[in-house]
Ligand binder design. Structure first.
Ligand SMILES: [Zn+2]
Ligand SMILES: [Zn+2]
Length: 345
């Protein structure tokens, strides 16, 4: 089969790869939809991800498809069934799994290889994070389950209430998903971000105000131009993964408010925070990471109810053969939110 293989920094090649034999407990999925993701872009730039992927390795992790092979001992699935498969599963046994923090599992098992015709799903992910789709759910919508599950976790950590004034900084796929879910909960959402297409999507998804940061760097100044009273947000969600924006998020939250540092920054970076403001304004800092089997299921519910649809997040389609060029254009600033990869071409 054809598959995308990452060899190192900015080095992804489309190669002929043997489909591995199925091991006991595994399922083979014929990929129906694979989506690009900001994490892929990070990995593409760096050439690896300490936890998720070490080159050379098949690449891509947001997928949905149809069961096309069943390993020995697998119960309850049949060939042809339509499923989503998460990109990881926790062990269920370590300290963190036992304390309802499965996203922090010491032994998270990751799955890569969505940019390919087929993928073999390891037994643990078959057991814990493979879910059957309703007949009417299409593969492209379903493939949003994994990133959305991370956002579901983030929203739950923010304890949002109807009427909350929420600032989302960043209008990439993650910022847009926060916007849609917060709006769905009845929050009053402001989005600060860049790129006309992305900001238009933010409006369609329910953002009440837009702070257009195109060509600007200072988020605090940009937001205060719009809101004279400055720190009026109950909750600020950082979805860019830049240390200076983490600092801006703290400056923009109200007394007693909550900041969620959702965007992971490059390793070995640090931030400087005003201790007086944190303490005397009683600010809560959260940093949500990854997803759990429960948030995967909740995310799929939002998709199957129609709250989140691929048409709002996927603004292009490309054949597998063009994936390396697409990743390079993303490094160079192509602001497509997500691209659907046709793995058959
Ligand atoms: Zn992803
Ligand atoms: Zn564990």
């Amino acid at each position: 089969m054809k598959a995308a293989v990452i060899h190192g920094s900015r080095d992804v090649r489309i190669e002929d790869v043997e489909i591995p034999d199925l091991k006991p407990g595994e399922l083979r999925i014929k990929i129906g939809a694979a989506l690009t993701c900001g994490t892929d872009l990070k990995v593409f730039k760096r050439g690896y991800h300490a936890k998720m992927i070490q080159p050379p390795a098949v690449f891509g992790h947001e997928l949905a498809g149809r069961i096309s092979g069943i390993g020995d001992g697998v119960q309850g699935w049949s060939s042809g069934e339509r499923v989503i498969v998460a990109n990881s599963a926790p062990c269920g046994e370590c300290f963190f799994c036992q304390h309802e923090q499965e996203a922090l599992c010491d032994d998270l098992l990751f799955l890569n290889g969505a940019y390919a015709e087929y993928i073999n799903v390891p037994a643990r992910i078959v057991e814990k994070n493979t879910i059957q789709l309703k007949d009417e759910t299409n593969f492209a919508d379903a493939a949003l389950t994994e990133p959305l599950a991370c956002v579901v976790q983030g929203v739950s950590d923010c304890r949002l209430w109807p009427g909350d004034r929420v600032l989302v900084i960043g209008a990439g796929p993650i910022g847009l998903m926060f916007t849609a879910l917060a709006h769905n909960l009845g929050c009053h959402v402001t989005v600060a971000g860049r790129g006309e297409e992305r900001l238009d999507a933010a409006k369609r998804l329910g953002a009440y105000h837009i702070v257009n940061m195109t060509g600007k760097d200072d988020v605090v100044a940009g937001v205060r131009e719009r809101y004279a009273d400055g720190n009026s947000f109950d909750v600020v969600i950082e979805a860019t993964g830049k240390p200076e924006v983490w600092e801006a998020a703290v400056a923009l939250v109200r007394k007693g408010g909550l900041v969620n540092f959702f965007g992971g920054c490059p390793s070995d970076t640090s931030v400087s925070l005003d201790t007086g403001r944190l303490h005397y304004s009683s600010i809560t800092l959260k940093a949500s990471f990854h997803h759990t089997p429960d948030s995967i299921r909740k995310a799929l519910e939002f998709i199957e109810k129609g709250v989140i649809r691929a048409s709002e997040f996927v603004n292009g389609e490309a054949p597998l053969s063009e994936l390396p060029a697409l990743l390079n254009s993303m490094v160079e600033g192509n602001r497509a939110v997500k691209t659907l990869i046709d793995v058959t071409r």
